[in-house]
Design a protein around this ligand. Structure first.
Ligand code: PMP
Ligand code: GLU
Length: 395
């Protein structure tokens, strides 16, 4: 038989979803395993949102909607963006897709020609690198260090730009590092993008999960020019504990939004109508649950960081947002753990799963070694148990 597509053959499975599937299978098999793997809030979707979905079904709102999303939902997104950032978008500039991951893909399809370079600071969420490759783009990775809070500077960005650069991806707060760029840092990066006529894809899906009273700034808030060249990615998965409902959205200039809509009209048509109506309630309804979940995440972050930094040979920086920590395992390299010689973070993560029965995600898929990502989107009880096991495993 003839070869399959070269681009497709080169794509790696998502490490986060692979760990999640393995973890869920182990649980289903009756194995007592603790999950620090996929970033999925353990909270149930708030009741008012579920009610909106029941109502949609009962009132027969079960038909196709426009490919870019139903007008009510596009208006609800525009309302939320105005409420939360003061950034004004027309509903026509909003594109709803089947999860923010799908918006990432459609944005890249819309902007990237084969051979275009896309700048991606590392550590990055695993899906960016693979989706850049899926659309024929070339990922240009800028490494960062823990000592620099895993953030890039305008100088590093400038040095990575060539005449082939089309797009700069920023994820703020970041998955996997949890770090937050402040307004001054964003402005410096935005100026470089404007000077070199680059587009920006700003993934802000964790914008509600910012701790210590810090302020989140969207790069698109910084001026009309930067707003025109930015595609904001966001969604309801993290903020409203709605990972399985599959609703994400983007906000961009009108021209890009129209082209994205054309793409969607030939790929998914639109996301599930019922989920769209649930998302309208999420965005327009009471926001108390958002705050209470954030308070709980912050408590878990404080606990996990304190415990880890008290362990001999492990450490982590305290993140500003999202629900991940980067566990520094450098001091574990060269040791024998769970009967296995550890030479990198993949081996550490695998040995911890097999012997310690704790699921984590190795950061090699995020473009860096010597770190393992832990999520604290699971219950406190499970976090305590998981940390006890990690302590036991390294001792
Ligand atoms: N962006 C980032 C940074 C993420 O971590 C995720 C993980 N879910 C997504 C986008 C996609 O979210 P979803 O597809 O569930 O809306
Ligand atoms: N984004 C989450 C994570 O990084 C969920 C899994 C995925 O979509 O990658 O764990």
């Amino acid at each position: 038989m003839k070869e399959i597509s070269k681009i497709a053959a080169n794509i790696q499975a998502s490490t986060t979803l692979t760990v999640d599937a393995l973890f869920k299978q182990m649980k289903a098999d009756g194995i007592d395993v603790i999950g620090f793997g996929a970033g999925e809030p353990d909270f149930d979707t708030p009741e008012n949102i579920k009610e909106a979905a029941y109502k949609a079904i009962k009132t027969g709102q079960t038909k196709y909607t426009p490919a870019s999303g139903m007008p009510e939902l596009r208006r609800a997104v525009a309302f939320r963006l105005l409420e939360d950032f003061g950034t004004g978008y027309e509903p026509e500039q909003i594109v709803v897709a089947s999860g923010a991951k799908h918006n990432v893909y459609v944005t890249l399809q819309t902007l990237v020609n084969i051979g275009d370079e896309v700048i991606l600071p590392a550590p990055y969420w695993v899906t960016y690198e693979e989706t850049i490759k899926m659309v024929g783009g070339i990922p240009v990775i800028i490494p960062t260090t823990e000592a620099d809070s895993f953030k890039i500077t305008e100088k590093q960005l400038e040095a990575a730009i060539t005449d082939k650069t089309k797009l700069f991806i920023i994820n703020n707060p970041s998955n996997p590092t949890g770090m937050l760029y402040n307004e001054r840092e964003l402005r410096a990066l935005a100026d470089v993008c404007a000077r070199h006529d680059l587009y920006i894809m700003s993934d802000e899906i964790y914008y509600n999960l910012v701790y210590d009273g810090k302020k989140f700034t969207s790069i698109a808030e910084l001026g009309e020019d930067i707003k025109e060249r930015t595609v904001i990615i966001n969604g309801v998965s993290k903020t409203y504990a709605m990972t399985g409902w599959r609703i994400g959205y983007s906000a961009s200039n009108l021209k890009l939004a129209k082209v994205m809509g054309n793409y969607l009209s030939h790929s998914t048509s639109s996301p599930s109508t019922i989920s769209q109506l649930a998302a309208v309630e999420a965005l327009r309804g009471p926001q108390e649950s958002v705050k209470s979940m954030r308070v709980e995440f912050e408590k878990r972050r404080d606990y996990i960081c304190e415990r880890i930094n008290a362990m001999e040979g492990l450490s982590c920086r305290k993140p500003d947002g999202a629900f991940y920590i980067m566990l520094n395992i450098e001091k574990q390299i060269g040791r024998v753990l769970g009967g296995k010689q550890i030479t990198n973070s993949d081996e550490f993560s695998l040995a911890l799963l097999e012997s310690g029965k704790v699921a984590t995600v190795s950061c090699t898929g995020f473009g860096c070694d010597n770190f393992v990502r832990l999520t604290y989107a699971s219950s406190m009880e499970s976090i305590i148990k998981g940390l006890d096991r990690i302590e036991e495993f390294i001792n």
